[in-house]
Each structure stands twice: as structure tokens, then as C-alpha cells.
Ligand binder design. Structure first.
Ligand code: FEO
Length: 172
């Protein structure tokens, strides 16, 4: 009998690249913010990039635990040109929505394939995406509210800068 988990594992392997592309995407956004003197947004986006990296590592570990041979491939160059901070957070929301759609597709395949270990693993990611989309929507809404008031944008930048990173931005 064909092991239907194999296609799920192949898709999870692909998902490692989706997560790393999100990592790279957030880095591109963070660099734009640094360049445009938004140190707080830059720090926040860098922390978000770290989360995406950890998502890639989580999938990688799951596949290793299941004895799957992982194949890494290149990641595309991320977008680095934006016209405003609003565009940055629109792109962040779109990136999260795309990631959710990808995870939902794999979840459906895993469920239909009765690949229950993968279903359980993916459940964590589906829950995580609910939070990530909600955060991205809230961020965008808040930035749009203050976008025409530079002092308020700078105040928001400062509050975004209070986010704690998962690991130090500078090596210790
Ligand atoms: Fe790993 Fe924000 O999705």
C-alpha cells in the first residue's frame, strides 16, 4: 500500500521554504524601516522574521523526527522597495494570509491522507496563523489610523520597538 504520508511530508518540506521566504520577506521590510529611520518598526519586523525562522526549524525538526530526508532549495530575493509604512504592513498581512492558505492546504491533504501525526503538527501552525493574521490586521489598522500624523507614527514606532526579540539581534 502506498504511504500517503509521503506527499504530506513533501509538502511540509516545501513549507520550510514558505517559512524561510516569510523570514526573508520580513527582513526586507525591516531593512526598509531601518533605512527610513523607523527603528521601532524595524525591530518589530526583525523579531517577526525570527519567528518565521523558528517556524521553519519546527517543521524541519518534525520531518527529522519522522525520518524524512529533507531537501533544501534556494529562497527568492525578497521585496525591499516600499513607498510607505502602510505598504509595509499591507505586505506583512498579505504574507501572513498567503502562509495561512498554504498551511490550510497541507492540513487538508494530511487530514484526507489520515496522516495524523502531521495533522497534529499542523494544528499548531493553524492556531499560530490565527494569532499572526490577527496581529497583522491590527498593526495595519493602527498604522492606517495614524498615517497622516507624523508625530503619532513616531509614537507608534516607539511602541513597536518595545517588542522583545526571541534571540539577540546582535550576536553575543
Ligand atoms: Fe510562519 Fe507567520 O507564518
Amino acid at each position: 500500500m502506498k504511504d500517503s504520508s509521503q506527499e504530506v511530508y513533501r509538502r511540509l518540506n516545501e513549507q520550510i521554504h514558505e517559512e524561510l521566504a516569510a523570514w526573508y520577506g520580513y527582513l526586507g521590510m525591516s531593512i526598509w524601516c531601518s533605512k527610513n529611520y523607523f527603528a521601532g518598526f524595524a525591530k518589530w519586523l526583525n523579531s517577526q522574521a525570527q519567528e518565521e525562522y523558528m517556524h521553519a526549524v519546527k517543521i524541519q525538526q518534525f520531518l527529522i523526527d519522522r525520518g524524512v530526508q529533507i531537501t533544501l532549495k534556494g529562497i527568492e530575493k525578497p521585496r525591499q522597495e516600499y513607498n510607505s509604512i502602510v505598504e509595509i504592513f499591507e505586505a506583512a498581512l498579505a504574507q501572513e494570509q498567503a502562509n495561512s492558505a498554504s498551511l490550510n492546504d497541507i492540513f487538508q491533504l494530511a487530514f484526507e491522507s489520515r496522516a495524523y501525526a502531521s495533522v497534529t503538527e499542523l494544528q499548531w501552525f493553524i492556531n499560530e496563523q490565527v494569532e499572526e493574521e490577527r496581529t497583522a490586521q491590527t498593526n495595519l489598522a493602527h498604522i492606517k489610523m495614524v498615517a497622516s500624523d507624523p508625530a503619532a507614527v513616531l509614537e507608534l514606532d516607539k511602541s513597536f520597538g518595545e517588542r522583545q526579540s526571541l534571540f539577540p539581534v546582535q550576536p553575543e
